[in-house]
Write a protein that binds this ligand. Structure first.
Ligand code: UGA
Length: 430
């Protein structure tokens, strides 16, 4: 099949490379010439394990090309996948301008019976709006579908090649058959649903996980007050098969480019259709206030951050990515600076990107190793569990004559070990 993927952001590049690896002829399309030039020479503009290798192989085999030309990319395509960004506006509304712009641009070049797939996360009802825009510009018979993406950054290639399921939202059998054929090599359950159900499934999936994280964070806060240990609580309740303990670490709240945006969009969508008193507004609000709440609590325990040297370890929103969108560091560092701390930040992959996310300040510097970040330190905040941060021997930076605190923002360290080294350990809910 000839597949065109519109949008060479995270989901677009990964999908294009994976479909190409199954032997399809894939074209990646973007209006951003710089991105396309870089991808043509197999350079991925972000860090994602295994992706560059997959891209190189597909390009070497001649299965994957990139272009900025809609005409070249769409002409002759059997399946066109829209994977452009849908950023949230201030009020949480999903901004669909890129989805609509690409729908209009692809319309004149559609092949007879082409299937236009919306993979971008969009509210229910969007497929109809996409069709209205395409139909205005072409007489050609085409089909549409909604096929949401469930990959996680940091494990995107693995998640895409080994999905738990493929959800295909369609109104007719023809589009389903084409997409079922395309997804057979993924060797997983394929479910046929309506486009609206597919879109709701995507939002619900993310909102459920965000709710689960918020729930355990709230329980952690109660444990903090009453002397219980959240890790013991998770162990105890996680044995209930209905609950489980997978994907459940408490911390500074959820971040990244998806959960915060998708929960806000679902909240906005609920309000729009008259379901005002919904859970999603509250989840968002609790998550947004979480970092300040925790830092204020730590500040009380350590006698304030004013004048202290603080190492912030892990600047990306999670390990194995350089993505800093809604990363805890982007709130933690400005807060510390505001409190009068001197900050040293470290991350294995995102140091180049920091300037776009955190305002420069004479009291903050960024360094290339954990050891450098922790020299003469008063407080270490281990924000993200990169292996470099988890496996460092912190006894090397311990100063006998100094009071030094260790804040374990995701409960990834052994409190005993950290205390044995002479640090005062502070976790989350333990
Ligand atoms: C998330 C979903 O997990 C994917 O299924 C989905 O496809 C993707 O959003 C998307 O919509 O594109 P991602 O944002 O890459 O993927 O990252 P996650 O690993 O799910 O983490 C999201 C946030 O939740 C991170 O800030 C993480 O630190 C936090 N988290 C996760 C917790 O605080 N506790 C946990 O137990 C798990």
């Amino acid at each position: 099949m000839k597949i065109t993927v519109i949008g060479t952001g995270f989901v677009g590049v990964v999908s294009a490379a994976v479909y190409a690896s199954f032997g399809h002829e894939v074209v990646g399309l973007d209006v951003d010439e710089k991105k396309i030039e870089s991808l043509k020479s197999s350079r991925v503009p972000f860090f994602e394990p295994q992706l560059e290798e997959l891209l190189q192989t597909a390009q070497r085999n001649g299965n994957l090309t990139f272009t900025t030309s809609y005409q070249d990319a769409i002409t002759g395509s059997d399946v066109i996948i829209i994977a452009v960004g849908t950023p949230s506006s201030e009020d949480g509304n999903a901004d669909l301008k890129y989805v609509f712009a690409s729908s209009e641009s692809l319309a004149p070049y559609l092949n007879e019976n082409a299937v236009v797939v919306v993979k971008s996360t969009v509210p229910p009802g969007t497929l109809g709006e996409v069709e209205a825009r395409i139909t205005k510009l072409t007489q050609t018979k085409y089909f549409t579908a909604s096929v949401p993406e469930f990959l996680k950054e940091g494990t995107a290639v693995y998640d895409t090649t080994n999905p738990d399921r493929i959800v295909i939202g369609v109104k007719d059998d023809y589009a389903f058959k084409v997409l079922e054929e395309l997804h057979k090599p993924f060797n997983t359950i394929i479910i046929k649903v309506s486009p609206e159900s597919a879109q709701m499934a995507k939002y619900s999936n993310n909102a459920y996980l965000a709710t689960r994280i918020t729930f355990i964070n709230q329980i952690a806060d109660l444990c903090e007050k009453n002397g219980a240990d959240i890790q013991e609580v998770i162990k105890a309740i996680g044995l209930d098969k209905r609950i489980g303990k997978h994907y459940w670490y408490p911390g500074f709240g959820y971040g990244g480019s998806c959960f915060p945006k998708d929960v806000k969009e679902l909240a906005h969508y609920s309000r729009k259709i008259g379901e005002d008193g919904n859970l999603f507004n509250k989840i968002s609000e609790i998550n947004e206030n979480r970092i300040k709440k925790l830092l204020d609590n730590y500040s009380r325990k350590i006698g304030g951050f004013q004048g202290k040297n603080v190492a912030v370890l892990g600047l990306a929103f999670k390990p194995n990515t350089d993505d800093m969108r809604e990363a805890p560091s982007t709130k933690v560092i400005p807060h510390l600076l505001n409190e009068g701390a001197q900050v040293r930040g470290f991350d294995p992959k995102s140091l180049e990107l920091v300037k776009y996310f955190i305002k420069e300040d004479p009291s903050v510097s960024y360094v290339g190793s954990v050891e450098e970040a922790c020299q003469e330190i008063d407080v270490i905040i281990a924000l993200i569990e990169w292996p470099e941060i988890l496996n460092f021997d912190y006894s090397k930076v311990r100063k006998e004559q100094k009071s030094q605190w260790f804040i374990d923002a995701r409960n990834q360290f052994s409190p005993q070990l950290i205390s044995n080294w002479g640090f005062k350990y502070l976790g989350v809910g333990r």
